[in-house]
Structures are given as C-alpha cells and as structure tokens.
Design a protein around this ligand. Structure first.
Ligand code: BJ8
Length: 427
C-alpha cells in the first residue's frame, strides 16, 4: 500500500462542504495542533493514538461514518452532556459530539444571532453556516436540549437548516423534575427508534450501558493518574482525550485509553512526569472546552503550571459518574440513566451547589495548588456562578483566579500575564 496521504476532497464535496474554506480550517487546526501538542516534552507514547486520530479528524473518522451510513446506519449529532449516548447506541446509531470550539464564519453568524452570544453557540452556528464541519453534515439527526437560553434559541435557527430534535431538560432536580426528565427520555427513545427503525431492547441497552461505562472508566483511570506529582500527562493531552471521546469509535477509543492509562500508572510508579515535581498544579472549572479550544490549558502549561483536572463537561462531568449496570428490565435501566444524567452539575440548573462540592473535592483529591474558574464571555449562567465558586474555593484555603474569555487570540498576552502572576502566587 502507498503511504501517500489519502485525498478526501471527493467525500467532503459530496457532503456539501465549502472546500476552500474547509481546507483553510484544516490547515489552521493542523498548525495549531502541531504548535500546541507536538512541542510538549516527554509525552506518553500512548498519545500517539490521539495524534493519529487528530491527523485524521476530518478524514478516516468521517470515512467510517460515511461507510456506516452507506450500509444503512444512522449518525446522531449532539451538543450537550445530557443527551445519553447509551440510547443512541442501543438504537443502532452512532453518536458524535459536534465540536463548536473555534471562531468560524462569525460574519454570517452575526446576521442570525446577536453579537453578544457566547463563543460556543456562535461556533456551533458558524460551522453550519460556513459549511466546514463534516460531522454535522454526516448527522442524520441533531439533538438539542433546553439548557441555557442562548443554546435553546440558537437551536431554533439551526433547526431551519438541519433535522434537529430538542429535548426538554428541567432546570431543577426535585422528584417531579426527575419524573419529567424520565418522560423526556422515553420520547427520545421513540425518536431514535423511528430514526433507525430498530427497537431498543434490554440486551442492546445493557450492552451500550456497559460500553459507554467502559469508556468512562478508562478516562477515570487517566484522571486518577493525574493526582501524582510529577503529573504523568499534561492537562492539554488529558483534555484532548476527553474531547476525542465524544466522537471516536467507542470500543477502539476505550482500548487505546486503557493502554494510555497503563502507561500513566507505570509512569506514576516510576516517578516519571511531564513537568518537574513541584510545578504549580491547577484545577480548571467552568464552561466546556470544545475541540479545538486548547487556549487556557496552553497558557497555563506554557507558563510552567500543570493542569491536573477539569471540572467541566469536557472533563470530570463527562466521565465521573457511571450508569448502574445491575438493572434487568428496560424500565429499571431508564430509571438508572435518568438518575445518572440528571446528576450532572451544569450551571443551567438551580441550585447547582453540587458543582461547588465537586470543585473542592477534586482540588483536594488531585492535590491542586489553585483553581481557575473559566467562563466564556456572555455565558450568564457560568459567569454568575463564578463568584460563588471563588468564595467557596477561598474558604477551602485555596487561591482562585477568575477568567472570562472567548475563542479569539486577542487576549492571550493579557491572560498569560495574569496566569503567570497566579502561578507565582500559588507556590
Ligand atoms: S451540560 S455546560 S454541555 S449546557 S457556554 S452554550 S451554557 S452560554 S455549554 Fe453546556 Fe450541556 Fe451544561 Fe455541559 Fe450556554 Fe454558557 Fe454558551 Fe454553554
């Protein structure tokens, strides 16, 4: 076989992508990836898998989705942690988390959404309007959810362009909210079964619960290894693992992450790390960092710190909790899935004190020296929670830095200065 890179332009054209703009996006992300990730020293060998996945992010994986669909499979795109992958897989479909982590086509976006919308929502619309995301175009169905007002209303616009179904998520966690949430999951199952023409059975749901739990367990092992000093893996590489978890093939990803975790555990036993022992250790909490948003991690780690955990949807909220595996009926499984998912601590809920408890617990468990609270500009829910998070962290005798930013590079210099001063202070 030739080693020449495969040319995927025909596939991308068939998906209706804007080829020149898509080429520009790939070049920009590839350049960023090289500069951010490949310049790190002493990376675990197991990161080779994620490097490969990233090098084929719009290539091989899209080809897999394409082939799957040509053989009758369905692809479901999601934007939020509350959409249970277990149901999507049990109905025979594949789930892909759609990224929304880069500024794209904002000129077009701002004709549809207000300028003062958070970067995540703008990016979500920008990838669609700019026709540069093959994952979006491979999705037979997008699932939105009523989380924050911005997303909820943006889905109305996105739904004009693509097949989109919105789940209603309660905003509180009382018994009646759990019951309502469960009823929404029943509707979601019906929607997925209609899409794929396959019934979710006890067997298929049990298998998918196990598969998705296995993926989360592998990520838990990686997370646990980061408690060591020196940390065996950078925050950047750990963040990337979770970002990729949203769209990669599940069994293959799990296997690769378990191999990476084996390596990290060995590194911990041998005292091998990616930063010197004693480097300032930072926990980041806040809004999710969708691919390819690596901005804050890069700033912290270039300044000599090491990110040891993320209390966010691209972090612990994704992998910490598992669905119970003991249920024997569909009803019980539904109860377990409803309970597990409503236990995610998103700022769209009121109250959301569980998030603060998680931040303090994680900071202690991971031996963090300081916490950075991260909010995207115009994200009201996380911005409002920021003061309470800061107060609780200080009350636990830990320094905290509050950062508000977006996806642009304009404030990198200023943020770097603030982060450097913070790292000086925490040690
Ligand atoms: S479960 S955090 S993935 S909603 S940053 S779009 S909240 S204005 S992303 Fe989220 Fe689900 Fe919650 Fe997680 Fe709105 Fe804020 Fe933007 Fe946000």
């Amino acid at each position: 076989m030739s080693d020449a890179p495969v040319d995927y332009h025909e596939m991308w054209a068939s998906l209706g992508l804007d080829l020149p703009m898509h080429d520009a996006l790939l070049e920009a992300v590839g350049g960023m990836y090289g500069a951010t990730f490949m310049s790190q020293s002493n990376r675990p060998e197991g990161m080779g898998y994620l490097d490969f996945v990233m090098s084929e992010v719009h290539g091989l994986r899209i080809k897999e989705l394409d082939d799957f669909r040509k053989n009758g499979g369905k692809v479901v795109g999601t934007y939020c942690l509350y959409v249970p992958e277990e149901f999507i897989r049990a109905a025979g479909a594949w789930s892909v988390g759609i990224c929304a982590g880069a500024e794209w086509a904002y000129d077009q976006v701002e004709q549809v959404l207000p300028r003062n919308t958070c970067a995540l929502i703008k990016s979500m619309m920008g990838f669609k309007l700019g026709k540069v995301c093959p994952y979006l175009e491979e999705a037979d169905l997008l699932i939105g959810e009523t989380t924050c007002d911005g997303k909820k209303k943006a889905y109305e616009e996105l739904g004009k362009l693509q097949n989109l179904y919105v789940m209603e998520l309660p905003q509180m966690k009382r018994a009646k909210d759990v019951a309502f949430w469960r009823s929404e999951l029943v509707d979601l199952i019906a929607k997925l079964e209609e899409l794929t023409g396959k019934k979710i059975t006890v067997e298929s749901l049990r298998a998918s619960i196990k598969e998705v739990n296995d993926k989360r367990r592998a990520l838990q092992r990686i997370a646990a290894a980061r408690a060591a000093d020196p940390a065996p893996i950078s925050g950047l590489d750990s963040l990337l693992a979770v970002q990729v978890a949203f769209y990669d093939d599940v069994p293959r990803f799990t296997q690769s992450m378990n191999a990476l975790a084996d390596e990290l555990e060995k590194r911990v036993a041998d005292g091998v790390g990616v930063a010197p022992k004693g480097a300032p250790r930072i926990l980041i909490t806040g809004t999710p960092m969708a691919l390819p948003n690596w901005k804050l991690h890069e700033i912290v780690e270039k300044a000599g710190g090491i990110v040891v955990g993320e209390e966010m949807c691209t972090g612990s909220r994704y992998y910490e909790k598992l669905v119970d595996e003991d249920a024997t009926t569909l009803d019980e499984m539904l109860d377990d899935i409803a309970a597990k998912y409503l236990d995610i601590n998103c700022a769209c809920f009121t109250p959301n004190t569980g998030r603060i408890d998680d931040v303090i617990r994680m900071a202690k468990d991971l031996n963090a020296d300081g916490v950075i609270d991260y909010a995207l500009s115009f994200c009201g829910t996380y911005q409002i929670e920021s003061a309470g998070v800061a107060k609780a962290v200080q009350a636990a005798d830990m320094p905290v830095l509050r950062i508000e930013t977006d996806y642009s590079a304009e404030d990198v210099g200023q943020l770097s200065t603030r982060v450097e001063a913070f790292l000086e202070m925490v040690k």
